[in-house]
Design a protein around this ligand. Structure first.
Ligand code: FES
Length: 82
């Protein structure tokens, strides 16, 4: 279990944050800079940076590449990609 913006999300400690969020019915977790459109997983392989989240206070982490560990605190990240 980890939290996303305070919401508990089940995780077995083996799947990515993106996979866990999708399995929990969370399809988008940030907004595009230009027009505020919802963003979540696009490429799923670490290339597009559409899936950025803040993990345990560290911004701009790719949810598709980051394993969701029990106890992680995952938050919406509205910052610029780095
Ligand atoms: S979905 Fe493209 S980098 Fe994560």
């Amino acid at each position: 279990m980890f939290t996303f913006d305070g919401r508990p999300i089940p995780s077995d400690g083996q799947r990515s944050i993106a996979a866990a969020l999708l399995a929990a019915g969370v399809l988008a977790w940030r907004r595009s800079r230009i027009d505020g459109r919802p963003r979540g997983v696009f490429c799923g392989i670490g290339v597009c940076f559409d899936c950025l989240v803040r993990v345990n206070g560290v911004p701009a982490q790719r949810a598709c590449l980051t394993v969701a560990r029990p106890g992680d605190v995952v938050e919406t990240d509205e910052g610029e990609p780095t």
